[in-house]
Design a protein around this ligand. Sequence first.
Ligand SMILES: Cc1cc2nc3c(=O)[nH]c(=O)nc-3n(C[C@H](O)[C@H](O)[C@H](O)COP(=O)(O)O)c2cc1C
Length: 274
Amino acid sequence: MSFYSIDQTKCKKCFICAEVCPNKLLLKDKETGFPKMRIGAEAACLQCGHCVAACPVDCVQLEPMPNDHFLQVDSSLSISSEQADQFMRTRRSIRSFKSKPVEHDTLQAIVDLTNYAPSASHKQPVQWVMVESPESVREMAEMTIEWMMELRKNNRELAKKYSVAGLIAGWKKGQDLILRGAPHLAISYMDKNKTWHDTDSAIALSYLELAAHSRGVGACFAGFFTYCANDYMPLREKLGLQENHVCCGGHMLGYPKFTYPRIPMRKKLPVNWL
Ligand SMILES: Cc1cc2nc3c(=O)[nH]c(=O)nc-3n(C[C@H](O)[C@H](O)[C@H](O)COP(=O)(O)O)c2cc1C
């Protein structure tokens, strides 16, 4: 089978596959009139799957992406814009969690959804560490406090910038202001030499947060933890991060202890319409 092929018995020559191709790699075969891939264009293919996904008669095949791995869109699952708006507005950063663990399959489904986040040149560079055990999450919060204590001794300027004094004091009083007693943690990382790593990972983290929200699972960005994961060797080793890896952010995860009957106000959005 060639890299890009079509079933000529089904193809209606609509050329939607060619139009949606981001790099315009498909053209009309002068002899047959069917779409074909430009010679030598395989390497330029992003493998975004648009040509296969958009074909109205399911006649396109892309060799590295078997058609049976494409999910059928179920239009009965469509939601209204009002529903979608409320869903996004009701996402909150959750900082109080029930001790009840989130089921493994739910955590798996949440992280799997991040695979559908857009990424620059469709590189899909984001990798994850899922910390499922609440004991390990607690241990990592403690390691972050240890790092902060070292920072206070060795780098007063940074210690001040990160307000570590209050976080350490809270920990000593039994308050976990680092990972908020969350039972689980999702950490995104990637090769630090990748372009767009901040953007790709921020989008993936947002997908994760929304996927959690849709399942009634609360999430909160773990900012202090992320600083630590990029600086403190014992934590990097615990996470299995290599020297070339940058930790892009983490989310605490768990069932929310409280529900929010209101959506908080936001400051006026600055938008310039040109
Ligand atoms: C990059 C980033 C880092 C954050 N780090 C923390 C954190 O370390 N601890 C925390 O409690 N909240 C953290 N937050 C959550 C923000 O405080 C929160 O998004 C903001 O207060 C708005 O509340 P909302 O998310 O409920 O709308 C972080 C958010 C972002 C985007």
